[in-house]
Design a protein around this ligand. Structure first.
Ligand code: AHR
Length: 500
């Protein structure tokens, strides 16, 4: 098979937003407890944080971390997690049916975030709580000093405010599973009032209104419309959430699920812009794709409901294979190509719970297959995103219509001259010879590294015993003839090629 793409530094979509490389730490399963935090572990630091997980988080290239949920946040009392640990309450956690010890709260998480070098995106509880509690947690986190809650933070050891810029106005409140689930009008009103109050406290905050929890929700579209009609001037972002999995062995559809993400993003942009047009506003709402990943959700939903109340139970610790990693790489390609409107995104989640990093209590931490395309993309995507149209074969899928065999996006950093092409080959049997037209870059674009994720065994995974079974191959070659480069993409593969 053959395909061709021509790259041009003038065809800029938008700058690469560093916030696209966000992730998510929810108080769920073992993401926090025995994930980022495990006092007594041989590699724990003075705060009980696992230094192996901190190192992998930095290597992953994470920029922003959404916290503390997720479904968890809709029943959470943030003040349970501050002050002396011995006095913190143990609570029933209803979203995931577990016990929350509150050993970690916002002060500890802010310490972890500083060590990891990441920005916090904080979600407030608009399920069981409202405007006042959102104002309170904001005062505790961001008010410098001289008020009761700011001084309480200082007394608890954090002299400086946390300066959290991005605030999510609740989580997935369109979902009947959500504690405090609301209809669109109820949520819109509460989100608007909360946004108004937070802006009165700190005008420059970046606020995210909840969009739909998925594009298959029955209220998808009308939810966004109702919410934005009420909040358009008050918020900066509307959120999107999407999880993908392979159904009934239909690998062809699974490999094309970035088509669905493209369509989802285009639909939310169209809905937001139609509200803007009705309101005669020139403002453009941004998209925060603050939950996305591969998640074998149907296996989770098909399993027995939890019975016991446990601290940090094992919940959705999906083990990712080669095909999953190719899909994750492709979803990042889809996010990047929409950089003009999607300027924040969080892969859900960071550790253990549908995560690129896995740990065992008392044992090792390792990279899942999906770690690799994320880490490489976060490291290589710099400067501007370029419009990238691939000419090549396509195939039919059951779920997502006609899909291009090769999907790709490129970034170009005018400051360093680095040009990087990210591409997937979705064909299950054949390699693709991809030619890359570089005439617009003059003599400046010479191959400077390739990274490929592919394997004869698409089901291969990384485990505690075999942590590097699935990794990146850097031995691929790029041939150059005049101003055309050629790279061979193996069947079911993700590749990054750097030119400089
Ligand atoms: O990431 C797992 C869960 O998925 C989150 O708690 C929720 O927001 C979503 O449904």
């Amino acid at each position: 098979l053959k395909a061709h793409v021509t790259l041009d530094p003038a065809a800029v979509v938008a700058p690469v937003s560093r916030r696209l490389f966000g992730t998510f730490v929810e108080h769920m399963g073992r993401c926090v407890y025995t994930g980022i935090y495990e006092p007594g572990h041989p590699l724990a630091d003075e705060d009980g944080f696992r230094t192996d997980v901190l190192a992998l988080t930095r290597e992953l290239g994470v920029t922003t971390v959404r916290y503390p949920g997720g479904n968890f946040v809709s029943g959470y009392r943030w003040e349970d997690g501050i002050g002396p640990r011995a006095q913190r309450p143990r609570r029933r956690e209803l979203a995931w049916h577990s016990i929350e010890t509150n050993e970690i709260g916002i002060d500890e998480f802010a310490r972890w975030a500083a060590k990891a070098g990441v920005e916090i995106m904080y979600a407030v509880n608009l399920g069981t709580r409202g405007v006042q509690e959102a104002l309170d947690v904001h005062e505790y986190c961001n008010q410098p000093a001289g008020t009761t809650l700011a001084d309480l933070r200082r007394a608890n050891g954090a002299e400086q405010p946390y300066g959290i810029a991005m605030w999510c106005l609740g989580n997935e409140l369109d979902g009947p599973w959500q504690l405090g689930h609301k209809n669109a009008a109820e949520y819109a009103r509460l989100a608007a009032e909360t946004a108004r109050a937070l802006r009165a406290a700190e005008p420059g905050l970046q606020l995210v209104a909840c969009g739909s929890s998925g594009s298959t929700m029955p209220t998808f579209g009308s939810w966004e419309s109702t919410v934005l009609e009420e909040t358009y001037d008050l918020v900066d972002y509307i959120s999107c959430h999407a999880y993908y999995e392979e159904y009934d062995g239909d690998l062809g559809s699974f490999l094309a699920c970035a088509n669905d993400m493209d369509h989802f993003i285009d639909s939310v942009v169209a809905t937001a812009d139609s509200v803007g047009a009705r309101l005669r506003s020139r403002k453009k709402i941004q998209l925060s794709f603050d939950e996305w990943n591969v998640w074998y959700l149907s296996r989770f939903q098909g399993g027995p409901p939890p019975t016991e109340w446990q601290v940090a139970p094992r919940v959705i610790e999906d083990e990712y294979n080669v095909a999953d990693a190719v899909v994750v790489g492709n979803l990042l390609i889809a996010l990047l190509r929409h950089s003009d409107r999607v300027t924040a995104a969080c892969q859900a989640q960071l550790v253990n719970v549908i995560a690129p990093i896995r740990t065992e209590p008392g044992g090792p931490a390792w990279r899942q297959s999906i770690f690799h395309p994320f880490a490489r993309t976060a490291a290589l995507a710099r400067g501007d995103v370029l419009r990238t149209a691939v000419d090549g074969p396509s195939y039919e899928t059951e779920r997502y219509g006609t899909a291009a065999t090769v999907d790709a996006v490129a970034t170009h950093d005018p400051a360093t001259g680095d040009l990087v092409l990210f591409a997937v080959n979705r064909d299950r049997a054949e390699p693709v010879e991809l030619t890359v037209g570089l005439r617009a870059f003059g003599a400046g674009a010479r191959p400077a590294g390739t990274w490929t994720l592919a394997d004869d065994d698409l089901l291969a995974t990384n485990t505690a015993d075999s942590p590097d079974r699935v990794t990146l191959d850097t031995s691929g070659t790029v041939t150059v003839d005049g101003d055309t480069a050629t790279v061979v993409l193996p069947p079911v593969s993700w590749t990054a090629v750097r030119f400089r």
